[in-house]
Ligand binder design. Structure first.
Ligand code: ZN
Length: 158
């Protein structure tokens, strides 16, 4: 492996880490893990490097939501109330367990522009993940995260 190949491999792993993906060896098979779908170009590059890489399994959030609705309904909540309560709970769980991609150094997690101490603050956005964000970007960032959570958990709901 030449220096250029090595640099490309390191850059690929950095990109994977920014998206919270990781490679794990399970029973001799290299598997890709990630809390949410990875960008298609990243998957393509990984597949080109490691043709035998097992596809990653994503958490089944709609199934988690359906199970929570059923559990709450079994405790006596009517279907509508159970769905509303379960949706709020599972959305909060998704937000906690699904960190956004880590921005490049000194960049805002929402807009991607440079951050300065005067206009940006660190924000804990998920377990073990803190990003810097402009104060003006806080509201749209949270709204976008909430929308992403609802898209992920509502893929199938009745
Ligand atoms: Zn910003």
């Amino acid at each position: 492996m030449g220096a250029a190949d090595l640099n490309a491999a390191v850059a690929l792993l950095d990109d994977l880490r920014r998206h919270h993906g990781r490679l794990v060896l399970v029973d001799g098979v290299l598997q890709l893990r990630a809390p949410q779908p990875l960008p298609a170009d990243l998957i393509d590059k990984l597949a080109a490097e490691k043709p035998n890489l097992a596809r990653y399994a994503l958490p089944d959030w709609p199934a988690t939501l359906r199970a929570r609705i059923a559990k709450l309904a079994s405790r006596g909540l009517n279907q509508e109330a159970a769905k509303a309560k379960a949706t709020a709970e599972i959305a909060a769980q998704w937000l906690w367990e699904t960190p956004p991609p880590i921005p490049l150094h000194d960049r805002c997690a929402h807009c991607g522009r440079d951050t300065e101490i005067a206009t940006a603050k660190p924000l804990l956005v998920a377990k073990s993940t803190t990003v810097w964000i402009h104060l003006d970007c806080l509201v749209p960032f949270r709204a976008a995260r909430h929308e992403a959570a609802m898209r992920a958990i509502r893929a199938v709901t009745t």
